[in-house]
Design a protein around this ligand. Structure first.
Ligand SMILES: NC(=O)c1ccc[n+]([C@@H]2O[C@H](COP(=O)([O-])OP(=O)(O)OC[C@H]3O[C@@H](n4cnc5c(N)ncnc54)[C@H](OP(=O)(O)O)[C@@H]3O)[C@@H](O)[C@H]2O)c1
Length: 284
């Protein structure tokens, strides 16, 4: 059996590849990367695969039984076509199963919705492919919030537009455990899972960070427009709009969803406090 993981040079792809290696052994895991040299540290065979190239995926998926497709990072319309390159190459190579990392959230009502729509289109393309499939809808990573701790401390607050909207934060490591089961166990075929953790507000996030880091942060809500403008000024138009849209979605309750994590992973999702402690153990 050979299972391939795309975008294996990235953090999510690498976390899933490492969890697969632990579970089924490195001889059964193939990495695919736009930049293969960035994935050599994994110690597995790495093949070249840029989502823009159907030809590269025709070669990269030779002899593969199941492929994990990590969703792309480009603008929504472009992503749909990029994902189709992988799906069509999988069909051509008679890959039996495709597992896709989609996203939670609403298709309407926020600046993040176009990205959700593009993920839903790929879900439909995969369901129509005739291959066995499993779809995971990833919740929001907690890591970017925790990478901002120094800024929060400097400013004395966590400030965004989520208000009292809850977020079911997850981590790439938690997702890797779920995707490994979804790839290797047939019982998941045909399912779409919300891969999400405990639902917490931003005020609760501030309290948990205070507990783990000994900080004294409070949470302050600002308007959706003001926060999006702040992020656009800091990160540029595309990324700033995406981040603004994520907190707008949180505000709207789009991330306060029922999780299927335990069904997918076979173990409970770590609590928000456990996610923060795990991050501190690795990065501090
Ligand atoms: N749930 C969330 O909170 C959240 C937050 C951010 C992102 N995401 C999603 O998470 C996924 C990736 O996350 P990550 O943590 O692994 O991000 P990451 O560490 O930034 O890695 C991004 C990966 O995408 C690859 N990539 C970009 N363009 C590509 C292309 N044209 N063809 C092939 N590979 C390409 C990069 O390859 P190179 O090494 O060649 O650059 C890299 O491996 C994406 O689906 C993204 O949309 C989710």
């Amino acid at each position: 059996m050979k299972i391939a993981v795309t975008s294996v040079s990235g953090q999510l792809g690498a976390a899933i590849a490492n969890q697969l290696i632990k579970t089924i052994g490195k001889e059964h895991v193939v990495g695919i990367a736009r930049t293969p040299e960035k994935a050599q540290h994994l110690g597995i065979e790495v093949r070249k695969g840029d989502y823009n190239s159907r030809e590269q995926f025709n070669d990269a998926l030779v002899g593969i039984d199941a492929v994990l497709l990590v969703s792309g990072m480009d603008a929504p319309d472009k992503r749909i076509e990029q994902h189709r390159n992988v799906i069509e190459a999988a069909k051509q190579n008679k890959v039996a199963k495709i597992v896709y990392t989609s996203i939670i959230g609403a298709e309407k009502g926020s600046a993040f919705s176009p990205i959700v729509q593009s993920n839903r289109q790929t879900e439909t393309d995969i369901k129509n492919s005739g291959l066995d499939f499993v779809i995971g809808r990833n919740s929001i990573y907690i890591k970017p919030d925790l990478e901002y701790i120094d800024t929060y401390v400097k400013e004395g607050e966590i400030r965004n537009s989520a208000g009292t909207g809850k977020c079911t934060y997850t981590s790439r490591q938690a997702l890797a455990i779920a995707y490994t089961q979804m790839l290797t166990e047939e019982k998941h075929n045909g399912n779409t899972y919300n891969l999400a953790g405990e639902a917490i507000t931003q005020a609760e996030l501030a309290n948990y960070i205070n507990t783990v880091y000994g900080t004294n942060l409070s949470y302050n809500a600002i308007s959706i427009d003001a926060y999006t403008k702040e992020r656009q000024d800091a990160l540029g138009e595309f990324l700033g709009t995406v981040i603004g849209g994520i907190y707008e979605s949180m505000h709207n309750g789009a991330y306060d969803i029922k999780s299927d994590y335990e069904k997918a992973a076979g173990v409970p999702h770590p609590s928000a406090l456990e996610l923060i402690k795990a991050y501190k153990a690795i990065f501090n």
